[in-house]
Design a binder for this molecule. Sequence first.
Ligand code: GLU
Length: 482
Amino acid sequence: MLERARFAPSPTGPLHIGGVRTALFNYLIAKKNGGEFILRIEDTDTKRTVEGAEKHIIDSLRWLGLEFDEGPVRQSNREHLYKKNVSTLIEKGLAYYAFDTPSDLDKARGDSKGTFKYNFTTRMKMSNSFTLGADETEARLKRGGYSVRMVVPEKRTIKAVDEVRGNLSFNSEELEDKIILKSDGMPTYHLANVVDDHDMKITSVIRGEEWLSSLPSHILLYEHFGWTPPKFYHLPLILKSSGAGKLSKRDAEEQGHPVFAIKWEDSLGFKEAGFTSEGLINYLALLGWNNSSDREKYSLLELIDEFNDVGINKSGARFDYKKALWINHLHLKDFSAESLLALSEKASTLLGEKYSREIAEEIIDLIKERLNTALDIDKELAVFIGQPKEYDSVVIEKINREVIYDILNFCKLSEALISNPKALKDRLMSFGSEKGISFGNIMKSLRLCLVGNLSGPDLFKIIEIIGPEETLHRIESLTNKI
Ligand code: GLU
């Protein structure tokens, strides 16, 4: 049978990385088995639909390269299908019209002191087509404003298999006769979801574990219709980086990291924070999936090969932004110089103005190891573009000014040497031992002059690229400053 997995978000807000991970696992399970990945928009709750949310979902999936083979299929276009199936259940006596008003329900809840469940324990005391006669039911149907509920059988153990957790059983006493068609004529999530999964020949339902509690009702609906249920996978929650609970937009903001793949209103996404789609996909694949090896870096194609549903974890996966940066780094460092330059328009313009293509690529190769995000490209290139805009004040405080003057004098007197960084290094070493200054100290001072702080790529490479004039100029600038 052709594997068909669907990602079925409700357009009630932007696509959070929890949703992205669900989409990814759907994609991987479908593609691993040579199957199809489908996007279904569950938009029957029109009151909760947020403008722009569907576009955000689709744009996010496209940026991530999670191309869907079918869709977006919108539930709001399929009302006829749900109505038809509701009628079938009513005819079979497995669903019924309910006429209870909100105040009837409030009263029933109040009388039961909080234990009320609309099911076989209370059904026959409520206003529905089982309790009202045929004529009264007919009259009330004409008036409209009714809903339809599914019948939950009495005292039944409902068995289900979750591919992540194994065999599960639920007691029907815990369940309610859930509303399947609302008084506005729209289906609820439960009905539309089951009808569509059947109609769309979905073989695997992969969703967040918050839907696990709906599983027994869904299993019962499949049984009522006489359909075979698909396989179910309920994915563990993505937990905030510290403390208990699931990762929210607010936690992400507090911790200073994105929570959406791409920008939503004024919240920047991972894309804008300089993540590559490969890096984000790779990190999310490892979030809740145990690959049982030390391997960290995967492309999407490699994930399709390597992913196995056996490795999906049962317990929550803690979000770790440092790890996400690290995984993104692993991808960036394997990018070609050309692809890296394409990530920063500013960098490619500035480098293009100053250096040949060949040198520009050499520079990019030098900084590759130092990139966590694409935003680091501009930061790391600054040293090749112009003299430091500011100097690390802590380092300036600590540095021995005499050493900087000595280096300046040395470099001035041996200007020709600067054009030969290899020889410069050797001569600086012997100069250091003559003067009793450690080579480490010399390097620190020189780095402060050229870079403005103690980070950056190999110093002699920097000197080779920026050239003797600029090197001397930068040493002089700092000596003037101090
Ligand atoms: N519309 C549900 C959601 O927003 C889908 C759950 C499911 O995949 O069954 O998560």
